[in-house]
Design a protein around this ligand. Structure first.
Ligand code: F6P
Length: 255
């Protein structure tokens, strides 16, 4: 806390909160684009903040990515008398196993002494497959849990970076370029105004269902993600953001 005071991080936090119309912002020192350990510090800050939010029974939906994987690594056991259930927010977004929402759920549950339920789905779903999977009892059950998640933890990515990381079709890459996509979260791609320009068809939490959760916390940093963070946050107010100084300074235009 004293270090934060001295380095002016609290000033960045409150400026960013106002600028992006958020309910809370936590900024950790450094830039995760430059130094890898900064991502772990964001992970720690997110895990600590999550702990303060917990009630007796909690259902937590999580997305994938390297940042959320860091959050998982930093989780610590919960208090006695608390129940935690982790579910993937969405299935099959084309990440490596270690960065998939399923893996992150199981790591979080293991570290926090909670439970988890998974969605086993292929990455590319045709409309027919999507509809028949949705009718599967096992999938339906997890879907109900996802829909009753009071807490959502998610990453935000740069649109192009994510599309390339997911080996998207050239036609998708072209579309994203034409539509000037800058951000990605939950399998949705957004332009600078926060409008959805493309989405990956997969089972799980849809963007308009986010508002049913009480506590939505994004964990995303690195100066290269500043446009993505700003665009995604236009999508709806009153969210919590855990970020780093690199992204914060870039966002506020004083890097
Ligand atoms: O693919 C899952 C996801 O959460 C995306 O929605 C997001 O853009 C990305 O991961 C963030 O990944 P990283 O934390 O590795 O930048």
């Amino acid at each position: 806390e004293m270090m934060k005071e001295l380095s002016g991080l609290h000033v960045l936090e409150s400026k960013l909160k106002d600028m992006l119309n958020l309910s809370e912002v936590i900024v950790v020192p450094g830039d995760s684009d430059q130094d890898v350990w900064v991502k772990n510090d964001m992970g720690k800050a997110a895990a600590d903040r999550l702990k303060r939010q917990l009630s007796a029974k909690n259902i937590i939906a999580v997305t994938g990515g390297t940042t959320l994987a860091s959050v998982a690594e930093m989780m610590t056991p919960i208090q006695k008398g608390q129940q935690l259930l982790f579910v993937p927010a969405r299935g099959g977004l084309g990440e490596k196993v270690e960065n998939q929402a399923n893996t992150i759920c199981s790591t979080m549950a293991q570290k926090a002494n909670g439970e988890y339920r998974l969605l086993h789905l292929p990455d590319q779903l045709s409309k027919e497959t999507y509809l028949s999977l949705m009718a599967e009892p096992g999938v339906k059950e997890v879907m109900e849990l996802i829909h009753s998640a009071g807490i959502v933890l998610h990453g935000i990515g740069d649109a192009k970076t994510m599309a390339v990381r997911r080996n998207s079709n050239p036609s998708v890459l072209l579309k994203l370029e034409e539509e000037k996509a800058v951000a990605e979260a939950f399998g949705y791609y957004f332009d600078q105004q926060g409008e959805v320009v493309h989405r990956v068809r997969t089972i799980g939490l849809q963007l308009d269902e986010l508002q049913n959760s009480d506590f939505i916390m994004a964990v995303a940093g690195g100066s290269s993600k500043s446009d993505a963070i700003a665009a995604f946050m236009k999508h709806g107010p009153k969210k919590v953001l855990i970020t780093d100084e690199g992204a914060a300074r870039q966002l506020l235009g004083n890097s």
